[in-house]
Write a protein that binds this ligand. Structure first.
Ligand code: FES
Ligand SMILES: [Fe+2]
Length: 334
């Protein structure tokens, strides 16, 4: 890819017009993580309304492996910002936005991993006519504050992905790019689990309880005469479903991207079921679980639709559709 080198960006903007003023600032942080997960986290647009709440709505106009162009609406007022995201090379990204046609903000995001610690540097160049230079300082301060907040909020995602990788989890979204990072599907590839029994004799009714089985964990709820079960590691990208919200129709909504996952239901009348890559069998006071038939074949949707993000409430519709697709695919595996 041909591009203006990060080190000559400031000069390039300055010489673009003699009337321009350019202000540069930066933010740096060391994050214990692996480069692919840091990149995935950066390119993943789906987590933003849930983890960061950074904008009111976003329309992804086009996306390819190395770029994404989105139209973002700020607040309820119709202030639109076009954002161009470009992956220059692994670990180097440009993000360019124009505010009201008067100010250009160009971010250079670079990531470098040494011994499982990623040094993340975000530099930004604010460019406008000299007359608007007085806006640069408050804007730059805002960017600094925003980046501090975003990094803190992303910590839970990065730490968990790191932990899951160490436990042998992988993801169908590897290797990451703008397309795979935004794929709605069951991307989590769980480590192998040979048939194992979970003892449920002490399970309290109507209480969601987490059971750990080797590198796996499951959420089980006894309700009336049946048992509801979900993997605690989200089938999408590994979020913690135990921190999700229980919803109607035996579903849990994941806190990372808002997808809803329907429980497997076991009863003495229907003691066997399979979903999200696991098979379950209810026996006397125990549930047998295994993924030995499925664990290498995640349900990956090849051609996910381009999402339009509205506020959380409106996201339901989009995700509801996806949930149906996920369930159908899992059921076909039976
Ligand atoms: S990790 Fe994406 S919805 Fe759970
Ligand atoms: Fe984030």
């Amino acid at each position: 890819m041909k591009h203006i080198k990060p080190e000559t960006l400031e000069k390039a903007y300055q010489t673009f017009s003699p009337h321009l003023a350019v202000t540069k600032d930066s933010f740096e942080i060391d994050v214990p993580n692996l480069l692919p997960d840091m990149e995935w986290n950066h390119m993943d647009q789906l987590h933003r309304p849930y983890i960061h709440q950074t904008y009111e709505a976003s329309l992804r106009i086009a996306v390819g492996k190395d770029f994404a162009v989105s139209l973002t609406r700020w607040q309820r007022i119709p202030l639109f910002i076009t954002i161009s995201d470009i992956r220059i090379k692994p670990g180097l990204y440009y993000q360019i936005m124009t505010i009201a046609g008067l100010i250009v903000v160009h971010l250079v995001i670079s990531m470098e991993e040494v011994d499982k610690v990623v040094h993340l540097k975000i530099e930004w160049f604010i460019t406008s006519h000299k007359w608007l230079k007085f806006l640069h300082k408050p804007l730059s301060k805002k960017f600094y504050k925003l980046n501090t907040r975003l990094q803190k909020e992303d910590h839970q995602i990065r730490a968990r992905r790191y932990e899951l990788r160490n436990k042998g989890y992988t993801f169908a979204s590897d290797p990451v790019d703008y397309l795979t990072s935004n794929t709605i599907g069951c991307n989590t590839i769980y480590p192998a689990l040979s048939p194992t029994l979970i003892d449920i004799k002490d399970l309290q009714s109507n209480q969601l309880t987490k059971f750990s089985v080797g590198q796996h964990s499951f959420l089980i709820k006894k309700q009336d005469n049946e048992y509801l079960i979900w993997p605690a590691v989200c089938p999408h990208e590994g979020g913690d479903l135990s921190k999700g919200k229980t919803c109607d129709h035996h579903q849990i909504q994941c806190p990372w991207h808002g997808l809803k996952f329907t429980a497997v239901r076991l009863s003495m009348q229907e003691p066997r079921a399979a979903r999200y890559g696991f098979e379950y069998r209810l026996t006397d006071q125990k549930i047998e679980v295994t993924n030995s038939r499925f664990h290498t074949t995640p349900n990956h949707l090849d051609d996910p639709p381009l999402p339009i993000y509205q506020k959380k409430e409106s996201l339901e519709f989009f995700h509801e559709n996806e949930r149906d697709v996920l369930v159908t695919q899992s059921d076909q595996d039976n």
